[in-house]
Design a protein around this ligand. Structure first.
Ligand code: UT7
Length: 317
């Protein structure tokens, strides 16, 4: 598999830490020190599906393809306004593609899971060009009265087009069921027969535990991939990591012992945009001309589940 196009889109409403100070018992200093986040873009008048389509179209243009060239579309999404149809179906219709589509939910690790599924389809000869769109609105999962969670997240979309190639050097996925550390339940309709107790609440997160899992598991995944490929940390041009917290990113960088420039970040501008974070950051690097053909990149992400995904790719564009 190889990546031949990237795209991204962010909502226009940028919420700074100072804006949060107006209605939460928090400070810019606390948020900056503990997370590195200065602002996040959140959905206001936009629809998530429109941002997803914008990211998708940019990725297609970047790949010099049209929606008609896509044979399969995978959308990574945790929540959106529709339970059904899948967001991927909505995107397919809006961009004018005709291929089959599917949604996946591997939380913040969704982009790597989508890449793995795409790689299998390409290897099986079942598709030529696959569009991956990660579109997320975690701002709708948190309570905006809870300073421990709402300051961390933003909304956005990132996309990539992939096709057959030898550039995916290694990929690794893990799931360990730790449902109590990070979860969000959706409200279901009542029925005359429900007798169990139901107490739906906004996103619940045991932040410190997530932090530890994130650092430990990302380090483990990256080390496993480097061992598998015989590469050293110095062989990697950029470590494109999930953007959840600057301290998590720095801890992983310290473990790897690499320079700051090789671990790019935009969490300070967007907060945690779940599975969209990784392709959106990749798109930023791509459009800034920072990626050269042959560069080796590590991707690593972690999320609710607990899920993790990591891979090493060679840049092909
Ligand atoms: O994609 C995966 C999604 N989640 C993550 O990646 C989250 C991973 N975890 C984290 O990023 C960090 O654990 C947090 C940023 C969530 C929290 O940082 P921390 O250094 O682990 O702080 P803490 O949870 O230990 O809280 C320290 C204090 C608490 O007060 P007390 O109990 O010590 O009096 C919190 O109530 O900070 C308080 N606090 C805040 N204070 C001001 C929590 N949120 C805020 C806030 N402003 N926004």
């Amino acid at each position: 598999m190889k990546i031949i196009g990237t795209g991204s889109a962010h909502p226009k409403c940028a919420v700074t830490n100072q804006m949060l100070e107006q209605f939460l018992e928090t400070t810019d200093e606390w948020i900056t020190e503990r997370t590195g986040i200065k602002e996040r873009c959140v959905i206001s008048s936009e629809k998530l599906e429109d941002m997803a389509c914008e990211a998708a179209m940019k990725a297609l243009e970047n790949a010099n393809l049209t929606p008609a060239d896509i044979d399969f579309l995978i959308c990574s999404n945790v929540v959106n306004e529709y339970v059904t149809p899948a967001l991927s179906c909505i995107i397919q219709g809006k961009i004018g593609a005709t291929c089959p589509t599917v949604d996946i939910n591997a939380a913040c690790a969704g982009f790597i899971y989508a890449m793995d599924i795409a790689d299998d389809k390409l290897k099986a000869g079942k598709a030529k060009n696959i569009l991956i769109v990660c579109a997320e609105e975690p701002s709708r999962m948190v309570s905006w009265k809870n300073r421990s969670t709402c300051v961390l997240f933003g909304d956005g979309a990132g996309a990539a087009v992939v096709t057959a190639g030898d550039e995916l050097k290694a990929i690794r996925l893990t799931t360990s069921s730790l449902t109590e550390v990070l979860y969000y339940q959706r409200t279901l309709e009542p029925t005359p027969y429900i007798s169990k107790e139901e107490n739906f609440e906004p996103l619940v997160m045991r932040g410190r535990e997530v932090f530890k899992h994130a650092v430990t598991n990302s380090n483990r995944d990256i080390k496993a991939l480097l061992d598998q490929t015989g590469l050293t940390p110095a062989d990697i041009k950029y470590y494109v990591l999930h953007q959840a917290n600057r301290r998590i990113i720095d801890s992983i960088r310290n473990f790897l012992g690499v320079e700051e420039e090789r671990v790019p970040h935009n969490v300070e501008r967007y907060g945690n945009i779940s599975s969209a974070a990784l392709p959106a950051l990749l798109d930023e690097l791509n459009r800034a001309g920072k990626l050269q053909k042959g560069d080796k990149l590590v991707f690593s992400a972690f999320g609710a589940g607990f899920t993790t995904g990591a891979c090493i790719i060679e840049w092909a564009m």
